[in-house]
Write a protein that binds this ligand. Structure first.
Ligand code: SAM
Length: 342
């Protein structure tokens, strides 16, 4: 039987030749090595023998020739993406985790991804679709695609059966690669995702999810407005996440002094069934908030809703007025407040 491509066999058991191993020195510095019989990992003070690790269990401590001890562990996916070779900036594990969850990437799904960059996000997507799913990834740059494929091969130990990488621009390549309405999920991490919205709209199944990862608010806004203008999408939902590590030492339990202040924003939309245009927007946009992409239907004056205030119903206003008058009357006439004498 062929071992599972997702690497269960590779990720369990004693260290074997070809395994990647993360060594941590006493100062917490990390070094990643690939085990080869007879080889040594050299530092300026001496070396660690690969043969001392081959056959040892994961989580072993190994002695350096200088006597210093190194902790040896198989890197987790989150460790691996931060240590693997990079062509382009990678999606950080915290964002990859959110993408998998909020784009609802499920085992067996057909997922489209662009661009591939260094392949960090592809690894999380491949894990989530599993061996029976399909990940169709598109990357403009052949050199990046090559790095990403090598990274994936090193991680899974073989070609992943669910993965196809196409070199080219998503706008040209996606319509050639898939039948309309057949893709469950689309994940875009690129400079101008709004340029791909038309082809993505054609490719997605009704109810399918699009998630875009963008670095700036201007990109975020452009995606939202382009989708609103095109129609056929749900209202966009956008957020960012900040993760702050904690220092844990005796009574000194506090946030780390350093953190990654910004990685990117995420925005999700769902594709509506053909011919459906959801009138889900209750608030009208504030005048002046829109650039050249937006054509307002009617020019109107500013309203409280434009400023983000909740509209108050006439009924509610009448009740509030009655309550206000009753309060005034009580004060004027010395009547007791409701619920007791004052
Ligand atoms: C930031 S990188 C992606 C990083 C990747 N998600 C990762 O985690 O390693 C953005 C990539 O998108 C590619 N790209 C930009 N526009 C594209 C398009 N229209 N079609 C295909 N690839 C595109 C770029 O060449 C670049 O490699």
């Amino acid at each position: 039987m062929t071992p599972p491509a997702t690497g269960a066999d590779l990720r369990r058991g004693p260290f074997r030749p070809g395994d990647r191993v993360q060594l941590t020195d006493p100062k917490g510095r990390l070094h990643t090595i690939t085990l080869e019989p007879g080889k040594n990992f050299h530092t300026h003070r001496g070396h660690v023998r690969h043969d001392d690790l081959i056959g040892a269990p994961d989580g072993t401590v190994v002695a350096h020739s200088s006597g210093v001890e190194y902790l040896a562990l198989r890197p987790l996916l989150s460790d691996y993406v931060l240590s693997m070779p990079r062509g382009a900036q990678v999606v950080y594990p915290k964002d990859a985790g959110q993408i998998v969850t909020y784009a609802d990437i499920f085992p067996g799904a057909t997922v489209v991804e662009a661009g591939v960059g260094s392949g960090a996000l592809s690894l999380s997507l491949l894990r989530a679709v599993g061996d029976e799913g399909r990940l169709l990834s598109f990357e403009r740059r052949a050199d990046f695609a090559e790095i990403a494929q090598a990274n994936a091969h090193a991680f899974f130990g073989q070609e992943h059966p669910a993965w196809t990488v196409t070199v080219g621009d998503l706008v040209q390549e996606l319509p050639r690669a898939v039948e309309p309405g057949t893709v469950d999920r689309v994940v875009l991490d690129m400079l101008a995702p709004w340029e791909c919205l038309d082809v993505v709209a054609d490719a997605l199944v009704p109810g399918g999810v699009l998630i875009c990862y963008v670095a700036t608010t201007t990109q975020l806004s452009r995606v939202a407005e382009t989708a609103r203008r095109a129609g056929g999408w749900t209202e966009p939902q956008a957020w960012e996440s900040l993760v702050r590590g904690w220092h844990l030492e005796g009574l000194a339990v506090r946030p780390e002094h350093r953190m990654h202040g910004h990685t990117g924003f995420l925005i999700t939309l769902r594709r509506l069934a053909p011919g459906v245009d959801a009138h889900l927007r209750k608030k009208r946009p504030a005048p002046g908030a829109y650039g050249e992409d937006y054509t307002p239907v009617v020019e109107e004056e500013w309203s409280p809703e434009d400023l983000g205030e909740r509209p108050v119903s006439d009924k509610r206003l009448r009740r509030t007025a009655r309550e206000a008058r009753a309060t005034a009357d009580r004060r004027d006439g010395g009547l007791p407040d409701e619920g007791g004498a004052s």
